[in-house]
Design a protein around this ligand. Structure first.
Ligand code: G3I
Length: 364
């Protein structure tokens, strides 16, 4: 049974502080629809319900939307108790030109989170994607690349020292068959880049929780088993890895990962934290009621897996509004993957998560 986590959920009290001027909840209702910011006195946000159930409920945040869209900003501020930058902490964003950092958008999110009592998941330090072109086209030697990676981790983690709850130190290091991804890092530095990255991140911020994060590792399969073997080995070598992030990008045409609790338990048994870090459930368009129900069930399966695992610390959705989802741009003909539609009207999936959290809080 899950133990009590000490969690602090943001309140609307702090709404007007921070990097942005935020609207009141009543001004924030997008379409006049039953959006989550328009609640009766007994209603609770997902973040508040998560607090009672012992998990933080987070969202990825699109910084352009946060700056331009007041209703989006209000929901981001009130509904969640953690935030993850969707893009602005990635390497191409923070160091587009070698040696010249742009921390401003990421700093804005950190300020926003602080103003709203939210924790920040740092995403992500070592990845094969969204790297700056000076790096991918630089033709560096292995020794140079190792120095560049060391400096990147030291500078970025150092910049945010004391402000990041969990870092996704290494992202998507595996292929679906359990072999290691043939990234620039594996090719030039060998598999030891992973242990190095965790050690360097720990040196730069000893209090941040350090995660390895991946997709298609919700259930027990070749990829999650390879990840398990890796983190077991890292632990054996006293590498400072604290947690495993399961992204949770699902599709209603897949079977929901009903063995997720059994899978997460394998990591828990090693003494690691776990988290659902990027949940969304895409739908082949058009949407109908069967697909909407399947989506609600898939979200619920992910959350329940976390709620059943003692040291699963948070459940983060990869955005909450379909208006800003990455899905249609990547999966042609699919969409509607988030908890709310373009007008911030909640879907069955939102209700399902609320109910799961209420039930879990009642069991405590
Ligand atoms: O920054 C450029 C901007 O200068 C340009 O004008 C614009 C024109 O399209 O593109 C901008 O870059 C986009 C970038 O997001 C920042 O907004 C890229 O085109 C776009 O491909 C990129 O997509 C992101 C994707 O990661 C990249 O792989 C998505 O927003 C983001 O949701 C997605 O997130 C990933 C996680 O980090 C890791 N796990 C999977 C997840 C979904 O793919």
């Amino acid at each position: 049974m899950k133990a009590t986590h000490a969690v602090v959920v943001g309140t609307a009290v702090a709404l007007l502080a921070g990097a942005f001027t935020l609207p009141t909840a009543s001004a924030a209702t997008g379409s006049g629809g039953p959006g989550p910011v328009k609640k009766g006195s007994s209603a609770r946000t997902l973040g508040e319900l998560g607090d009672r159930a012992g998990v933080r409920i987070g969202t990825a945040v699109d910084m352009s939307a946060l700056a331009a869209d007041a209703p989006y900003r209000a929901v981001a501020a009130t509904e969640f108790s953690a935030v993850t930058p969707e893009n602005v902490m990635k390497w191409e964003a923070v160091e587009p030109t070698r040696g010249t950092y742009d921390w401003a958008p990421a700093d804005q999110l950190v300020d926003f989170a602080r103003a709203n009592g939210q924790q920040v998941r740092g995403h992500t330090l070592v990845w094969h994607s969204q790297l700056p072109s000076w790096l991918t086209e630089g033709d560096f030697s292995a020794a140079e690349l190792r120095d560049i990676l060391h400096r990147h981790i030291t500078d970025e983690v150092g910049h945010f020292k004391g402000k990041i709850w969990q870092w996704d130190v290494v992202n998507e290091a595996f292929n679906d068959d359990g072999t290691m991804r043939d990234s620039i890092w594996l090719q030039k530095l060998g598999p030891g880049y992973i242990a190095d990255a965790f050690r360097w991140a720990h040196q730069a911020d000893p209090k941040a929780k350090l995660y390895i994060n991946d997709y298609n590792v919700e259930g027990v399969n070749a990829k999650s088993t390879a990840l398990l073997a890796l983190v077991a080995e890292l632990k054996k070598q006293h590498v400072p890895v604290d947690g495993v992030g399961v992204q949770g990008h699902l599709d209603v045409t897949y079977d929901a990962p009903h063995d997720i609790a059994a899978n997460l338990q394998r990591f828990d048994d090693l003494g690691l934290e776990t988290a659902i870090t990027e949940a969304d459930v895409r739908i082949p368009l058009p949407v109908d009621s069967t697909k909407t129900e399947a989506q609600a069930e898939a979200y619920s399966v992910l959350l329940q897996g976390c709620l059943l695992t003692e040291h699963c610390t948070d459940f983060t959705v990869w955005g909450f509004s379909d208006k800003y989802s990455w899905v249609p741009g990547v999966f042609k003909g699919e969409g509607s993957a988030n908890l709310m539609d373009e007008n911030l009207r909640t879907k069955a999936a939102y209700t399902a998560l609320s109910q799961d959290l209420k039930l879990a809080a009642g069991r405590r």
